[in-house]
Design a protein around this ligand. Structure first.
Ligand SMILES: [Mn+2]
Length: 200
C-alpha cells in the first residue's frame, strides 16, 4: 500500500485556469463519474482557482517573468486504502493530508483544494502559491532539490501513517520510486515534475 504525493509546477495562469476547470468539473472529465460529482468536497478556496492564486500572488512585490506561480499537488493513497468506503477513515485521511500541506507551505499559501471522490480512487488536488517566510515567491525554498522532494514525500507518508488500517500488512522500510509520469486521461502529461510512491 502506498501513500502518494506528487506535484507539478505551474508557470502560467493559463495552466492554473485549465487545472481549475478540471478540478471544478467545469469541462468534460472523462475519468470522472458524473453521478458521484456531488460527493466532491471543497477543502480550500472559492472555486475560482485563478482568482485564488492571483489574490495570493498580489501580496508579493516581485513576480519574475519565468517564475513558478503555483504548485499543483495530488495527494492520494492506494486504492485498497479506500476500498471499504469507510467515511470516517477518508475524513481522517483528508484532515491529515490538509494539515500536512498547510504545515509545509503555510495555511495562506494553500489557496485552493478539493477532495475528488468521483474518480476511481479518492484524492486531494490542491494548489499552493510558494511564498516563503520572507514574503518572496520562490519555489526553490520548498522543492529546489531532489533531497527536498524526497523529504517532503517521506514526511507526507508519515503524516498519514496512523491512518493505516490494522488488517493491512504494511512494510516498515521506506522505499521510494522516482519517475516522470503522466496522470489520468493525459490531462497533465508532461507537467508532473516529481512523482514518488512510498511504501510504509
Ligand atoms: Mn482529480
Amino acid at each position: 500500500m502506498y501513500a502518494v504525493m506528487r506535484f507539478a509546477k505551474l508557470k502560467t495562469m493559463g495552466q492554473v485556469g485549465a487545472l481549475g476547470k478540471h478540478n471544478e468539473r467545469e469541462r468534460e472529465t472523462r475519468n470522472a463519474d458524473e453521478a458521484r460529482r456531488g460527493d466532491n468536497v471543497r477543502l480550500a478556496g472559492s472555486g475560482d482557482w485563478c482568482a485564488d492564486v492571483q489574490a495570493r500572488l498580489d501580496t508579493v512585490p516581485i513576480v519574475r517573468a519565468n517564475a513558478v506561480l503555483a504548485l499543483e499537488y495530488v495527494l492520494m493513497a492506494s486504492r485498497e486504502f479506500f476500498a471499504d468506503g469507510d467515511p470516517a477513515r477518508t475524513q481522517a485521511w483528508t484532515e491529515r493530508s490538509m494539515d500536512w500541506i498547510r504545515s509545509v507551505y503555510g495555511q495562506q499559501n494553500v489557496v485552493a483544494a478539493v477532495l475528488h471522490r468521483d474518480e476511481i480512487t479518492p484524492h486531494i488536488q490542491a494548489v499552493v502559491v510558494p511564498i516563503d517566510g520572507r514574503g518572496r515567491l520562490t519555489v526553490t525554498a520548498f522543492t529546489g532539490t531532489i533531497a527536498q522532494v524526497r523529504e517532503l514525500q517521506t514526511s507526507y507518508a508519515h503524516a498519514v501513517e496512523g491512518q493505516v488500517p490494522n488488517r493491512y500488512r504494511w512494510q516498515t522500510r521506506l522505499q521510494s520510486i522516482c519517475c516522470h509520469c503522466t496522470v489520468s486521461a493525459g490531462q497533465n502529461r508532461g507537467r508532473l515534475s516529481g512523482f514518488q510512491q512510498l511504501t510504509l
